[in-house]
Ligand binder design. Sequence first.
Ligand SMILES: Nc1ncnc2c1ncn2[C@@H]1O[C@H](COP(=O)(O)OP(=O)(O)OP(=O)(O)O)[C@@H](O)[C@H]1O
Ligand SMILES: [Mg+2]
Length: 279
Amino acid sequence: MTPAIDIRGAWRIYETAAGYTTALRGVSLTVARGEFLAIMGPSGSGKSTLMNILGCLDRPTAGTYLLEGIDVTELSEDDLAHVRASRLGFVFQSFNLLPRATVLRNVMLPLVYSDLPPRERELAAWRALRSVGLPEEHYLHRSNELSGGQMQRVAIARALVNDPAIIFADEPTGNLDTATGEMVMRTFRRMQRRGKTIVLITHDAEVAAWADRTVHIRDGKLFSDEEERRYLAGLAARETAAAAEKDDAHAGANETTPLSPAAPGPSARRVLLLGVPAL
Ligand SMILES: Nc1ncnc2c1ncn2[C@@H]1O[C@H](COP(=O)(O)OP(=O)(O)OP(=O)(O)O)[C@@H](O)[C@H]1O
Ligand SMILES: [Mg+2]
């Protein structure tokens, strides 16, 4: 079966007034259908840039990208919009809900371009909200009347309402406490069990642990879990060696400083050794 995602040698170079910024440097990644992948990396490493490209919100400067076997780098803006609306769902850290619209209306939003009659749209929104476990009593509340965890579940329902194949989530638990974050992660696992492919960005190892596989991004380059572990072990070894060297240098400095009371100079030491005053 063709993979959900197959991107090869992707570069993204931003052109700004201040010059060029290279955010991705030859990224290659394959995600199987139904896989739950976590992408981890520090701030500024290129996570959102990569997600925007994978989610067809942006195009790579160079490289190839097959989404469910379709070369999306060749598609027009309109066709890309159609791919996004029919195949992809998005969840963001800041929920991005319309605060004064009801929960139900927020979830119906992605269906605005569909041919479904209003009653069918409402039913689809209802089903999506039920699938993320939000109690029905909240469906007619304004979204700004909910807790953070409830808001994020509404945002996941909105991402699911058009029955996408792939869900992209950029730091979906970043604004949630640990217990609420866990509840949201359980919701993603449930979606995966229903056959969705999930690509989740996080800088939190505990969140990444919910995924089947984690890849790491540093300075716009992608690394496997194994490569990252080796890199971190090497870094730790270098730091330990540097610290030990510093300690040695410090001790050595004490020993040879003539003015240090703890480190007597050579002549004073001879006095001690020979037991007679030096001449
Ligand atoms: N629209 C843009 N124009 C110019 N440079 C950008 C743009 N978006 C991102 N960058 C730069 O690209 C690099 C990667 O940014 P990106 O937003 O992908 O990082 P990130 O890993 O998502 O960081 P964070 O964890 O803080 O969200 C950074 O150096 C950033 O300044
Ligand atoms: Mg980001």
